[in-house]
Structures are given as C-alpha cells and as structure tokens.
Write a protein that binds this ligand. Structure first.
Ligand SMILES: *Cc1c(COP(=O)(O)O)cnc(C)c1O
Length: 460
C-alpha cells in the first residue's frame, strides 16, 4: 500500500517547499495517524513530533474536543461568509476571545485563512492607515533578512529568505530588509548585548536613510522561527522599541509561531513587553486542526480604519470561516482551562532549557539555546570549531537520522530546531533529548566515515 501511495504521490502531488524531482526519486514517508506528541507512519513507527507539525499542533494530536467542535459546527452551519452584512457566532466569539487574551490596546481582529494572508493583510492595512492619516508617502515596510512571513507574493517579499526572493521576483515594491539579530552566525564573537544593540541601531540607520516620512512600519517575529529558532539577545527588543518610539512608525509583530503559548505567554509580544500595532496570527490558533489566521489590530490603526476609512476593499472567502473559527475557539478554551501557557512558562520551558543545554557539551554542538518550547542546536565541525562546509549538508543528514530513529527535528542549514507540542510531558522531553543526542552521535560517526566514502552514499 505504501508503495502505491508513493507512486501516486510522485505522479501527481507537487509538495510545498520541495525539490519535486529529488522528492519523486527518494519517495515520501507516509503518515497515517497521530496521537499526543507522536505521529505514526504506515510502517507502524511512532515518531516523536519535535516540530508540532509545522510549529502549530500546540495541543497535540487526537483531541476529541476539537473534532467535536468541528462536527457540531458543520452540522449547524458549515460555511457562510461575512461579506454582506452577515455574521455568525463562532467568528464573533473567537474575535472576542482573542481580544481578551491580547494586550489591552488590541480590540479588533481581521480573519484570514493563513499566516501568509495575514501578512498580506498587514501590508494593505499599514499603507491604508498612513494614506488615511494624510501621509501616503509613508509606504515602506522595514523587515529583516532571514525572516519568514509566508509564501504569498507579499508574504515572501516581507520575508527575508534569499532563495525565495531569487525565484519569485520582482518583489512587492516598498519593502526593505535590515540585518537579523543572529548572534551565533553574525556577531563575530561580539558580546551578545552589544551585538543586539548594534542590530537595533541598524533599524535606526535604515529609517534615517529612507527618511522617517517614508517609513510605514517595521515587521519582525519575536523569535525568528523558520530562519532557525533565532532568539535575539536580551538587549535587542528594548533597543528596537526605543527606536520605534522615537519615530512615528508602526510595529508589526508576526506572532504566527510565537503566539499561543510558544514562548510561555499568550503572545511573544507579551514576553518581550512589546505593544504592537498589528499582530498577524495563524498556526497555533487552531492547533493546526483547521486552517485559520488573522490580524489582531491595535486601537490606533483600527479606529482610523473604522472612523475614516470607508469600505476596506479586502477579504477572503474563508475570512472567519465558521468551522475553522469554532475549532480555534475550542482550542483557546482548552488552552485556558488546562493552563497550557502557564505550564510552558513555569514548568516545561525551564525543564526543556535545562535538558537542552546538556546537548551543548556534544562535540558537534556550538550552541544549544531555547526559550519556552522553541529550541535550536548549532552544528559545528569539532575539528575546527567552525561551521561545516555547506555542501556537506550536515544538518540534513542529522535530520534524516533523527527521523529514521523516531524523532522529528528540523534542519535549517546546519541549525537543528525543535518546537514540540505544548502538552509534551517531562518524560517525552527526556526522550526528545536522548534521541537528539543519539542522532548527533550517529551524525558524527557518519561524518567520520565520509573521509573514505562520500556522504550521499553513506546516507543510503
Ligand atoms: C508559517 C509562518 C507564516 C505563514 O503562515 P502560513 O499559514 O503558512 O501562510 C507567517 N509568519 C510566520 C512567522 C510563520 O512562521
């Protein structure tokens, strides 16, 4: 059966972010089920999902309450739009709940189907806001290199992923990028706090170079996710905030990963004490059970759009989709009732930090970092203490070894990253760390072998 599925997959399915040809040749693992923090493949292997799907299955797999919420809503009203002076209970209740959980100055939400659409919405909202304020020249959005803001044209233009830019151009005009606060790779050993301040200074330099009167907004993830679980130095966000306070520029904090408990608060912005004007959300909003995203809109922007804007010509067929909204609402209710966010902050985050830090002693690891339930390992060549040659693909090798030994850990270049479900137990964190260490050992062993045989062969 697996063989048939793989053949059909190869024949017809173009996978996201994949080399179609190489994937067709290698074939895919078929995932057939999941429970708790484990996924199950068609060979019956139980694999610890250290990535919570794609950073989204915050409550873990197999939650009947979410299934029931979807079923009930689909019986009652599976779909209706809210374009034509209509509304429905799930979207209204979800909006109310989100605004209650968000910082006090945020009281409105615009729904989308995904995080990418949320960032498209952000771009339109910030430009519309400044146009309504009589400052249509404030158009430019400053973003960061190696940021991820989605894969629609606006999303990838806001993002700072060079390979995506190289394929999708020309990019949406009026977006520019500054350096990222990636201490391990880009500090040349500078003191982390000084480095963080330098990265924030780059924002001010860019604002001055463009002219404050041209800059609409700054967008950033609290902790960069897809870029490599990059946790900025503690000095970074306060210094960024000080720069933004000095100039009249909106702050957009992309909460698609950091929102809904990942950093031990409902929003990453709360962890860092930020007061964003706009917060795009998605992923953990529904624990990934159904697709839904949105933009939480602070009072300053919302009131302008409402009072002065007239019709906002923007929206999606699935904005506020009742079934997706019902599942998201139930997801948030369960997270609140079970104290999931507090547990990440007070118990699981500190426990992971302690266990994860042990991996820093491994010869392949140059840095082990974590915050809440997001973490990274920086792989280095023990012989030199430097990065491996990129062409060796050491991160991918380690990732494949992990998967084969029952752990999903993702690689971004030679950075290994984790973002497990927020309901993971201590014993499962232990298992994650044990499996990660074994995979590092095996990676080191294979690398030692490659002095005699090329890496690709030793992989097979
Ligand atoms: C995943 C992600 C997005 C895009 O969300 P999609 O639902 O995949 O469109 C945007 N921003 C961040 C920070 C993300 O991690």
């Amino acid at each position: 059966m697996s063989h048939d599925i793989q053949a059909l997959d190869r024949a017809h399915y173009l996978h996201p972010f994949s080399d179609f040809k190489a994937l067709g040749e290698e074939g895919c693992r078929v995932i057939v089920g999941a429970e708790g923090v484990y996924i199950i493949d068609d060979q019956g292997n139980r694999i610890l999902d250290g990535m919570a799907g794609l950073w989204c299955v915050n409550l873990g797999y197999g939650r009947e309450e979410l299934v029931d919420a979807a079923t009930r809503q689909m019986h009652e009203l599976p779909y209706y739009n809210s374009f034509f002076k209509t509304t429905h209970l799930p979207a209204v209740k979800l909006a109310e709940t989100l605004c209650r959980l968000a910082p006090a100055h945020i009281n409105r939400v615009f729904f989308t189907g995904s995080g990418s659409e949320a960032n498209d919405t952000v771009l339109r909202m910030v430009r519309r806001y400044w146009a309504l304020k009589g400052r249509p020249d404030k158009q430019v959005v400053i973003a960061r290199e190696n940021a991820y803001h989605g894969s629609t044209v606006a999303g990838m233009s806001l993002g700072g992923m060079a390979p995506m830019h190289a394929q999708g151009g020309p990019l949406v005009p009026g977006i520019c990028h500054i350096r990222q606060p990636y201490w391990f790779d880009e500090s040349s050993g500078q003191n982390p706090e000084a480095f963080g301040r330098d990265c924030a200074a780059a924002l001010e330099e860019k604002i001055l170079a463009l002219g404050e009167d041209k800059v609409a907004a700054f967008i950033a993830e609290p902790v960069q996710g897809a870029g490599g679980a990059i946790i900025p130095p503690d000095s970074y966000w306060p210094a960024v905030k000080a720069v933004l306070d000095k100039y009249d520029i909106l702050l957009v904090v992309d909460e698609v990963i950091c929102g809904f408990g990942r950093l031990g608060e409902w929003f990453g912005s709360v962890h860092y004490g930020l007061e964003p004007d706009l917060m795009p959300i998605a992923k953990g909003l529904s624990s990934g059970y159904l697709p839904i995203g949105g933009v939480l809109v602070g009072d300053r922007v919302a009131e302008t759009l409402i009072e002065e804007g007239g019709e906002f010509f923007h929206g999606f067929t699935y904005s506020g989709h009742p079934t997706c909204a019902a599942v998201a609402l139930k997801n948030l209710e369960l997270m609140e009732a079970e104290g999931v966010v507090e547990r990440v902050r007070d118990d699981l985050g500190p426990y992971l930090a302690q266990r994860w830090a042990e991996l820093a002693e491994h010869p392949l690891v140059g840095e082990a970092r974590s915050l809440g339930l997001i973490g990274a390992l920086e792989l280095i060549d023990p012989a030199t203490g430097e990065r491996f040659d990129k062409s060796l693909g050491v991160g991918n090798l380690c990732r494949d070894i992990c998967f084969a030994s029952g752990l999903v850990m993702r690689s971004v270049g030679d950075t290994m990253i984790i973002s497990p479900p927020l309901v993971i137990q201590h014993g499962e964190i232990d298992e994650l760390v044990t499996k990660a260490r074994a995979a590092l050992d095996e990676t080191a062993r294979r690398l030692a072998d490659t002095t005699t045989s090329p890496l690709q062969e030793s992989l097979a």
